[in-house]
Design a protein. Structure first.
Length: 108
């Protein structure tokens, strides 16, 4: 979201008013280990939303060493507040969908 220019602090403050004590919790994760990393490797983790639903987001993650992808993951996170899953607030949903659109544009 930072790379999109979103003011994360302001967005999180707005979301906290709507859903006090909110958090994203991992609901499920699928991992595909392609190649091993080694000590002292410089790794880059790239995260992009691939699907934004009512109360959850599926994130596509890659762990890269230079141009090589070492690990790919699909991570489903749920938005929770007050100990229960809740719909993702509009401001956060819009930011996630903007990032989703950029990811699609980058691969087209």
């Amino acid at each position: 979201m930072r790379l999109l220019g979103a003011d994360q602090r302001a967005m999180f403050e707005e979301v906290a008013k709507e859903a006090p004590g909110f958090a994203f919790v991992v609901r499920s994760m699928q991992l595909d280990f392609r190649k091993p990393a080694r000590m002292d490797d410089l790794l880059e983790i790239v995260t992009m939303p691939s699907e934004v639903k009512g109360a959850s987001v599926i994130l596509h993650q890659q762990v890269n060493r230079g141009a090589e992808t070492l690990v790919e993951a699909a991570v489903q996170v749920a938005f929770v507040s007050g100990g229960r899953a809740r719909p993702i607030p509009k401001a956060m949903r819009a930011a996630l969908r903007a990032d989703q659109g950029l990811a699609g544009a980058a691969t087209s």
